[in-house]
Write a protein that binds this ligand. Sequence first.
Ligand code: NI
Length: 264
Amino acid sequence: MLIDSHCHLDRVDLTPYAGDFARLMAATREAGVSHLLCVSIDLPRYGAMRALIAPYPQVAVSVGVHPNESAGGSPSVADLVALAADPRNVAIGETGLDYFRSEGDLEWQRERFRTHIAAARTCAKPLIIHMRDARQDCIRILREEGADAVGGVLHCFTEDWETARQGLDLGFYVSFSGIVTFKAAAPLREVARQVPLERLLIETDSPYLAPAPHRGKPNEPRFVAQVAACIAQLRGIPVEELARVTSENYFRLFGSPPSRLTPP
Ligand code: NI
């Protein structure tokens, strides 16, 4: 049993499945992926995403606005808390800071990030954090806003060990995507080897960032198996154990009350 702790199911390329989402989900299950967390990027598409996953109880959802979404689309704390009342919702995000893909004065990004943390604290749900080229501000704001009260995950982690350690100190989990399989990612593999097993998560971030040997092609949740295999090998443990531990971690982080997500 594997869990894809971060994917964008409404954006996955369905061409290999003749456009049929149900076939994608069947292939995902056949590949041994038992649960998925479908992560929100913006609010205009949230309703369609929620409707798409509705028939699949193994799929949980988050609500949030990605840091690279335009400055105009910033929700209020009340907006986020209202959408998070959904019993299928297990987290707030993805949120965070991305100074790589956005330019200019990014105070609006920091403000939006603070709003998400406040919402997570209000509804006592964990945060899904995206950080790129912004690790100092990101950790600083997590601290300033008391994000350790709810914890969460540093998703698609690509930073250094020091940043991982600071996140771990705040009670966060660290999640690795297909990037860990890339040839040039040796320093990241070293971080993935060091993160305590009980704080480790795996994800695809589908449809982005397909792991080797699928690199450059559209990503999909069943490729989380390649991420699992890579990290198991790095750590010298059987892939079954890596799968078991990361699944336990997933349910510990996202499955505790008030959510109704439970292991099978
Ligand atoms: Ni994502």
